[in-house]
Write a protein that binds this ligand. Structure first.
Ligand code: MG
Length: 257
């Protein structure tokens, strides 16, 4: 614990590996959220999750005992939908789960039945991916359709800290199938999620403190956006980041100094 934080209005928490792992709360997360709210901080959730809607994510948090509404949840799927609408796309195709489809539709997009019918292809984590799914990409080989990935996280912690293949693996696979790169990545470390949060919550970048377990997404997005950050590093690998905690129980004390 090396530095003081100032002027913080919003604590923006990563979810997987920071607030929960699979269906279990991370020890200390609930107590810290409760205490930070009592101290007047706004609590927001910023996740690279690309399989569930914001409402489904909020429902999970409530089920685990954390009060929230979907408006406090900023997900990679939500960011991808916002980006596509903003760029003028109306019809998209999807590699991903029903939750992402719902998020895209909620933003006003039409999700086409066939992968070659979209003006853009959205790539999320597809937990039902098969060889047949990959075969469909042949129809895209001669098309220069923009590909938007929800994130490039290759692994994320599931139940009992077991690592699960993430959306980044899907993005790698799509790049291999199409023989070209992804055009846009909507989730962290892209600052789009924090920009949306700033705009909707009326909070400036320097009033935001990001808390997460990933240097590459959470700390990177905070640095890129000009926000402050704390790394939750339960393995306690010393000195990987200047402001680190090994237990989520220590969060309030770390912030208040
Ligand atoms: Mg995480």
């Amino acid at each position: 614990m090396t530095r003081q934080f100032s002027n913080i209005k919003a604590v923006v928490l990563d979810l997987d590996g920071t607030v929960y792992e699979g269906e279990s709360l991370v020890d200390g997360a609930l107590d810290s959220i409760t205490s930070l709210r009592q101290h007047g901080f706004g609590i927001y959730f910023c996740t690279n999750n690309s399989t569930r809607t914001r409402q489904e994510i909020a429902d999970k948090l409530v089920r685990l005992g954390i009060e929230t509404t979907s408006t406090l949840v900023f997900s990679a799927g939500y960011a991808a939908a916002h980006y596509l609408v903003n760029k003028g796309f109306t019809q998209v195709s999807l590699l991903g789960m029903p939750g992402l489809k719902t998020e895209l539709i909620a933003a006003g997009l039409t999700v086409m039945d066939r992968i070659e019918q979209g003006q853009a292809l959205v790539v999320g984590l597809d937990q039902t991916m098969t060889y047949a799914t990959m075969s469909k990409f042949a129809t895209l080989l001669d098309k220069n359709v923009p590909v938007i990935a929800c994130n490039r996280d290759r692994w994320f912690p599931g139940d009992n800290s077991e690592l699960m293949p993430g959306c980044g693996i899907m993005a790698d696979l799509v790049e291999a199938l199409l023989g070209r790169g992804i055009d846009f990545v909507a989730g962290k470390p892209n600052t789009l999620l924090l920009e949306l949060l700033s705009k909707q919550a009326g909070i400036d970048k320097d009033e935001i403190l990001v808390v997460g377990d990933s240097l590459d997404s959470d700390i990177a997005v905070a640095k890129a956006y000009g926000s402050q950050a704390i790394l939750y590093d339960p393995r306690g690998a010393a000195d990987v980041y200047e402001s680190s905690i090994v237990s989520m129980h220590d969060l309030t004390e770390m912030i208040l100094g």
